[in-house]
Ligand binder design. Structure first.
Ligand SMILES: NC(=O)c1ccc[n+]([C@@H]2O[C@H](COP(=O)([O-])OP(=O)(O)OC[C@H]3O[C@@H](n4cnc5c(N)ncnc54)[C@H](OP(=O)(O)O)[C@@H]3O)[C@@H](O)[C@H]2O)c1
Length: 251
């Protein structure tokens, strides 16, 4: 078991800390955010320390700061050569971390989502998957991604989650207007998509197209929906947004 520290104790640090504590690791967290840190003291017996003390007391360090404060916070800290560092910070390049965290040289970049605490969260790992796999698999599948450009493209895909939720909220609201039952509409729409995706078998590269084509056969209302979205340019808008977000992270 390892001693694992978190610099930045916010929304994404907390579920990771709880998951890793459940695996038997000892958890140190920084004293910001104070409320989240205190809740981790209560729930998993985390130790709350200042940033430097977190580093000094930990073998593995998760960097969970907002990107715009990362440089100012990290440059004042003293890292060790044997620290293993995991950064979840969108758009903070490996080259920057290498400078800020020297002499540490073992870095992994990843993208956790809060539900990793329950399992089932895919974790891209750049440049090597080994450390994350040892910490989060098998509950959370770890996917090796060789390049930072590739990792930034995964960050872009993550933004589809709020994008899809927004589309679903529009659809659920439309359904509620038809039925007069907004709660039932939200429940139906959410469970329909969640249940469908859970039931999908296989994770090969054709799975999404195969499931679509099984529904959207000739003459069906399913095909009418697929074609309407394509004809009105929704796929072009999606691909343009993915490209722009990925490029922004690489700036
Ligand atoms: N949220 C997600 O689902 C998610 C998913 C993937 C990746 N990420 C990445 O995770 C990072 C953190 O996001 P988040 O959503 O967890 O943000 P957040 O809730 O705002 O957490 C950031 C934490 O950093 C703390 N902090 C600020 N200044 C600090 C300092 N000088 N020393 C130590 N800690 C300090 C903040 O404390 P105060 O509140 O006291 O300022 C806060 O607890 C971001 O880089 C984001 O790109 C987030």
């Amino acid at each position: 078991m390892s001693v694992i520290g978190f610099i930045g104790t916010g929304h994404i640090a907390a579920p990771m800390a709880r998951f890793l504590s459940g695996k038997g690791h000892r958890i140190n967290v920084s004293d910001r955010n104070a409320n989240v840190a205190q809740s981790l003291v209560n729930s998993i017996g985390a130790r709350v320390l200042d940033n430097q003390a977190v580093l000094d007391a930990s073998d593995i360090v998760f960097l969970c700061l907002r990107p715009h404060v990362a440089q100012a916070v990290l440059r004042d800290l003293t890292f060790r050569a044997d620290h293993r560092i995991v950064s979840v910070m969108a758009g903070v390049p490996l080259a920057t971390l290498t400078t800020l965290c020297a002499p540490a040289s073992d870095f992994t970049l990843t993208i956790p989502i809060g539900f990793l605490e329950q399992g089932g969260c895919p974790l891209p790992a750049c440049p090597q998957p080994d450390l994350l796999a040892s910490l989060f698999a098998p509950e959370n599948p770890v996917i090796g991604v060789a390049t930072e450009t590739g990792l930034n493209a995964h960050f872009a895909i993550c933004t589809m989650v709020p994008g899809m939720l927004d589309l679903m909220a529009t659809a659920a609201s439309w359904l509620g207007d038809q039925t007069g039952d907004q709660n039932g509409a939200a429940a139906y729409t959410t469970q329909l998509i969640a249940g469908f995706l859970v039931a999908v078998q296989g994770r090969d590269d054709k799975v999404l197209a195969r499931e679509r084509d099984a529904l959207a056969t000739d003459g069906t209302i399913s095909l009418q929906m697929v074609e309407a979205l394509r004809d009105d340019g929704v796929h072009d808008v999606l691909c343009d947004a993915l490209q722009a977000i990925s490029a922004r992270l690489g700036d």
